[in-house]
Design a protein around this ligand. Structure first.
Ligand code: MN
Length: 151
């Protein structure tokens, strides 16, 4: 089965987009301007992974969180950065980022255009844990991540 890519609005035929709110979250509660497309893994495929596409609007960011499952992320649109543990990685077209288990992470758009990335996850996965105030304080004390986290 093919899902044709639509260049005009950066989407795939037959694949709907949804905000984080589709998972019970609300814009402004730790993230901003994020939409999600589930490309593969929820239509009965015999797989143990899902492939999603996330798009972060200009000035937007994903939630600062951690969990046991990993992320395998490949940027396909725009530019931004990722906080991963105690490091910050500048990201552009086709860069890849691995987010290990229980590692604090956040994706932030730094451009004037949408920042989009494919994200592969386990189909069966634990619930993300939002960063605590202590987590944020630790990021602010660390030179590499100071001033980078968004809430
Ligand atoms: Mn995550």
């Amino acid at each position: 089965m093919k899902h044709r890519f639509r260049k005009d609005d950066f989407s795939w035929e037959g694949i709907a987009s949804a905000g984080y709110k589709a998972t019970g979250e609300r814009d402004g509660e730790g993230f901003r301007g994020v939409t999600r497309h589930i490309i593969s893994g929820t239509e009965g495929e015999p797989s143990r992974f899902q492939m999603r596409y996330f798009e972060v609007d200009a000035e937007g960011f994903t939630r600062l969180e951690r969990h046991e499952h990993i992320h395998s992320v490949t940027v396909i649109r725009g530019s931004g950065y990722a906080i991963v543990g105690d490091e910050v990685h500048a990201l552009e077209h086709l860069d890849h980022v691995y987010v290990p288990p229980m590692t604090l992470h956040q994706f932030v758009n730094t451009g004037a255009t949408p920042f989009g990335f494919l994200c592969i996850v386990d189909a069966q996965r634990d619930r993300p844990q939002p960063a605590s105030a202590d987590d944020v304080a630790r990021l602010e004390r660390n030179a590499a991540t100071a001033g980078k986290a968004r809430r």
